[in-house]
Design a protein around this ligand. Structure first.
Ligand SMILES: [Zn+2]
Length: 494
């Protein structure tokens, strides 16, 4: 009877830990797998009353905060300063740059009333902040001494998304990083674009995300831009995910917004501008690229908890084991690690499952043997086992996490290299299960033929070389032209 009662108590106490989730197969049903993983790992709650507006749960919010910290660290290292502009943009400011408004018109939310009165000037909920920021840049920038002006903000933006929404990937309220800069000359702006590409390379290294940067074809550039460079990561098959972009605006916005400065020779000149945009899509990409049949796999830089400690109950040694777990927890906290001691009453196996699903990089198991030898058993999220001494826990865990990140990077790079293959002809593009590398003459009509053939997009010409060596490009896959051909990438963006 006592055993039955304790078994019943156990079941009542631990509904969440013991709950097993059947994840769909990642290869054959990727989107179903992605949605199931995001939900099971409790990274977001999509049960909010408006479609495409999701709730950041505590666990998801911690991951987001770590993501933001990397972006802030790397952009501030380039001299960019934080700002925050208002969420609402007056309709007349929003409408000033013709291409821009054409590109965003169908996606904006309007605020037309203040209380019960109609507003004299309707307001737009920012879909991106050029038109909020540039009227103020026109006031801030007076002289060449005010340049360069490099500022960024991390704010929420709103886009009325009409396609199927997906957590972190396609949503209507977006957690958005945007840098806006003013430079004296076109060359200075080009240099800022290069600096942003380098900053993103360092961010992606922290996220352990392999990607390729391509210059988007003209018909796919940011509305109002001179050119756009976007970062894509392959996520299986021919599918790609755009995870960020950098844009050169030349004087396209400076003209309509009157952002000009007095040059050293006394003349008035328009500034050249750039922007750099990233979003919570990066979190979606980290889940999509690293996740597996057990769930999420977080690189240590993003993991809400880098380490989880699981005490293994024992009839006599129980209190000593718990004390040992608390000692290691304390030591790791002091060493600056994000650590969580899971002291819930439950089977260790259920806890392993729970934290593997949530992507914690490193698990420390402490049972009787570990407590007596003052050495925890360490198992990382990729299944590598090792040991962590209680007395050098901080240094040992740092080393284990470094090894874990290295192994995760290797696995991701192997997947990245395998994601691409060369296509010699348009006929090879239909039903492609790779992101294709192909020869393109640069003409728009050939680009569209490629897009039709792959039922996706011509991503553009790689900015810093191909993901791997492919020799010299042959004739254009669409028209057979050999003059001016270059390698381009084509895939199916989701
Ligand atoms: Zn062609």
């Amino acid at each position: 009877m006592a055993a039955l009662r304790s078994a019943l108590l156990y079941l009542r106490r631990t509904p969440s830990v013991a709950q097993m989730v059947d994840l769909p197969d990642r290869q054959s049903a990727f989107i179903d797998w992605y949605l199931a993983v995001v939900e099971a790992a409790e990274l977001t709650d999509k049960r909010y009353g408006v479609k495409g507006l999701n709730v950041w749960t505590p666990y998801g919010f911690l991951a987001r905060r770590n993501l933001d910290a990397v972006m802030v660290r790397e952009i501030e290292a380039t001299g960019s300063k934080p700002v925050e502009f208002p969420t609402l943009i007056p309709a007349n400011e929003f409408a000033k740059e013709k291409e821009h408004i054409k590109g965003f018109d169908a996606e904006v939310y309007w605020v037309t009333k203040g209380g019960v009165s109609d507003l004299d000037v309707p307001l737009v909920l920012r879909p991106t902040s050029e038109t909020a920021i540039y009227p103020v840049f026109a006031i801030w920038v007076r002289s060449h001494k005010d340049l360069p002006l490099n500022v960024y903000q991390i704010v929420n933006v709103f886009r009325y998304e009409t396609k199927t929404t997906r957590p972190f990937l396609r949503i209507r309220e977006i957690h958005f990083f945007e840098e806006h800069t003013c430079q004296a000359t076109e060359d200075d702006a080009t240099a800022r674009v290069r600096s942003n590409l380098e900053a993103f390379r360092r961010m992606a290294e922290a996220f352990v995300l392999p990607y390729v940067a391509t210059r988007r074809p003209d018909w796919d550039k940011f509305p109002g831009a001179f050119y756009s460079i976007a970062f894509d990561t392959p996520i299986g098959g021919a599918r790609t995910l755009q995870i960020g972009s950098v844009h050169h605006y030349r004087e396209n916005f400076a003209g309509p917004y009157g952002i000009q400065y007095e040059a050293p020779d006394g003349s008035q000149r328009l500034v050249h501008q750039t922007t750099f945009g990233l979003s919570e899509r990066l979190l979606g990409a980290i889940i999509a690229v690293h996740g597996d049949s057990k769930g999420v796999v977080f690189p240590s830089s993003i993991a809400p908890y880098e380490v989880v400690i699981v005490p293994i109950p024992h009839a006599e040694a129980g209190p000593a084991i718990l004390r040992a777990a608390e000692e290691v927890d304390e030591a790791l906290r002091r060493a600056g690690r994000r650590v969580h001691l899971d002291a819930r009453e439950d089977r260790p196996g259920a806890k392993y499952y729970y934290w593997e699903l949530r992507g914690v990089p490193l698990r420390l198991e402490i049972g009787r043997r570990e407590s007596e030898s003052r050495t925890a058993t360490a198992v990382d999220r990729l299944g590598h086992r090792g040991r962590v001494s209680f007395d050098t826990a901080g240094a040992d865990v740092t080393e284990r996490l470094r090894e874990f990140d290295r192994a995760l990077a290797e696995r991701a790079m192997a997947g990245f290299r395998d994601a691409f293959s060369v296509a010699q002809a348009l006929s090879e593009l239909a039903g492609s299960d790779h992101v294709r590398i192909l020869s393109w003459c640069g003409r728009e009509e050939c680009g569209h033929q490629v897009e039709n053939a792959i039922a996706g997009a011509l991503l553009g010409v790689p900015e810093d070389g191909l993901p791997w060596e492919a020799g010299a490009p042959g004739p254009c896959v669409a028209c057979g032209e050999t003059q001016g051909v270059r390698w381009a990438l084509a895939g199916r963006p989701i």
